[in-house]
Design a protein around this ligand. Structure first.
Ligand SMILES: C[S@@+](CC[C@H](N)C(=O)[O-])C[C@H]1O[C@@H](n2cnc3c(N)ncnc32)[C@H](O)[C@@H]1O
Length: 169
């Protein structure tokens, strides 16, 4: 399957986010998307993991104002360091530019409820800067399919190196 044809695969799926959803957000950065998501889950909660203590500063201020965000400074490669700070979640949202993005996601699946969903913003060029996007995409898709069901795939038109996967267990 060619990555350039992926947009034709779009099915109509509702985003798996409800007002009381609990979300594990991996790669929270300054909190721009965490802020948007926190409005969508007024009765839920977001556990926002970010590795960089400098980058997370804005998110710390945001979490003071919005009571449904818990910022966590940690390396998502080491979920054992924050496992006692979070509960089971309905959704994992991951957006990190790391070579081992899929391995990181798999390590964090322990926090996802049985019927939970994943939104994975896969950065193809972080996996390999030399291989063509289609090869990286196909390999990533095969790896994800071993553990998860692929519900939908979106190519982000303005960022062709990024592919969004909606997945569930
Ligand atoms: C592309 S930015 C995310 C932007 C954010 N999703 C948004 O829309 O506001 C990726 C973030 O992931 C963080 N990150 C990278 N590796 C990480 C890791 N192993 N654990 C936790 N955070 C990580 C980076 O420091 C960076 O802030």
């Amino acid at each position: 399957m060619k990555i350039s044809k992926l947009t034709t695969l779009r099915k109509k799926t509702e985003l798996p986010i409800k007002e009381d959803s609990k979300i594990l957000y991996i790669g929270a950065s300054h909190g721009v998307t965490v802020n948007l998501l926190s409005d969508l889950v007024p009765k839920g909660h977001i556990f926002a993991v970010e590795i960089s203590p400098l980058t997370i500063q804005n998110l710390l201020f945001l979490a003071d104002k919005k009571k449904n965000i818990s910022p966590i400074i940690a390396d998502a490669n080491k979920p054992e360091t924050y496992k006692d700070l979070i509960t089971e979640v309905d959704l994992i949202y991951q957006d990190i530019a790391q070579k081992n993005q899929i391995e990181i996601l798999f390590k964090n699946l322990q926090f996802l409820k049985k019927d939970g969903f994943i939104i994975l913003m896969l950065k193809l060029k972080s996996i390999s800067s030399t291989l063509p996007n289609e090869k990286i995409f196909q390999k990533a898709k095969d790896e994800l399919s071993k553990k998860l069901k692929i519900v939908n795939i979106y190519v982000i038109e303005t960022h062709k190196d990024h592919v969004a996967f909606i997945l569930n267990q």
